[in-house]
Design a protein around this ligand. Structure first.
Ligand code: FES
Length: 149
């Protein structure tokens, strides 16, 4: 385990990020409401520059035309290549089933049983198949420190 001082705490205000290069690895360090986290700047889908994507949250409503609630602001990064969304704190990908459209075909074969998907009870988002690499981050005095294996 190696420790790397990235910057001063004041250089990454809440809601902001800094992409740094550590030992040949590009890593995004995020300040989420005062908590720092780090994620590899490489999307596990096809290798896109994940941390260059827009940081946002989840939109949720209980019905079409209803009032939208914006949750988890600043916790979700959207990969700029194909739009997969990742939790910057855990690296887990999440999918909004209502926003995913695929072409459907009639088929004469019975589909296999549906797999129980893990659903976030607050947002209705479904856990996706990818998990980006994350690293421990802590603050020592006024420095932001990232630990690498
Ligand atoms: S490379 Fe990131 S979503 Fe495809």
């Amino acid at each position: 385990m190696t420790r790397h001082v990235i910057c001063k705490v004041s250089e990454i205000p809440p809601g902001e990020k800094k992409v740094v290069d550590i030992d040949g690895r590009s890593i995004g360090v995020y300040n989420v409401n005062g908590n720092f986290c780090a994620i590899l700047n490489r999307c596990p889908h096809q290798g896109g520059p994940l941390c260059l994507g827009r940081t946002a949250g989840f939109l949720r409503t209980d019905r079409p035309g209803g009032v939208y609630e914006y949750t988890r602001k600043g916790e979700i990064v959207r990969c700029p290549w194909h739009g997969w969304e990742f939790d910057v704190q855990t690296g887990q990908s999440w999918v909004s089933p209502d926003n995913v459209r695929v072409r459907s075909y009639e088929a004469g074969v019975t589909a296999p049983d549906a797999v129980d998907a893990e659903v976030d009870p607050q947002t209705g988002y479904v856990k996706g198949p990818f998990r980006a690499e994350t690293y421990p981050v802590y603050v020592k005095q006024l420095d932001v420190v990232v630990e690498l294996p």
